[in-house]
Design a protein around this ligand. Structure first.
Ligand SMILES: [Zn+2]
Length: 148
């Protein structure tokens, strides 16, 4: 089923680049979104932020890409829950990317997951409050120049 209405051009193909978490209106249909798919047009080269339902109707975005994006969104939801509950004590940030560690002591390469920090930034305060209930230190966020 191809979209017959929506803001995105139908005379070009799209590629699904990545997924984000936030709160925007779908740039294709206007519906409010939390799980956001970033797609790029083959002709105009522009990046659009739309829902996965809309993305799956666009030419060029194959079903396996949509399935993969769904998995990434589910994994992000799980990690967001964990961050908000204070499971991670340390976050190492390099540019827009972040690695999450269980404890604020950092054994080399013991990070649990890596993601864009923007997907989790809003949860740091809640996570730190959850940790306070267990007398744990707040989540330590450290900006460094590289992950090594
Ligand atoms: Zn939409």
């Amino acid at each position: 089923m191809k979209a017959t209405s929506g803001n995105l051009r139908l005379d070009q193909e799209y590629d699904l680049v990545t997924v984000h978490y936030g709160m925007i209106a779908c740039q294709n249909c206007g519906h409010p979104l939390r799980n956001i798919a970033e797609v790029v047009g083959s002709d105009d080269g522009k990046h659009y932020f739309i829902g996965l339902d809309c993305a799956s109707t666009l030419t060029g975005i194959k079903a396996d890409k949509v399935a993969q994006a769904k998995k990434m969104m589910a994994r992000m939801a799980k990690h967001r829950k964990e961050v908000s509950k204070g499971y991670y004590g340390y976050v190492k940030v390099v540019g827009e990317w972040a690695r999450f560690y269980k404890n604020d002591t950092v054994p080399a390469n013991r990070w649990v997951f890596q993601s864009k920090f923007a997907n989790y930034q809003d949860l740091i305060e809640a996570g730190s409050q959850a940790r306070a209930k267990w007398n744990e230190d707040p989540i330590k966020v450290e900006q460094v120049s590289s992950f090594d």
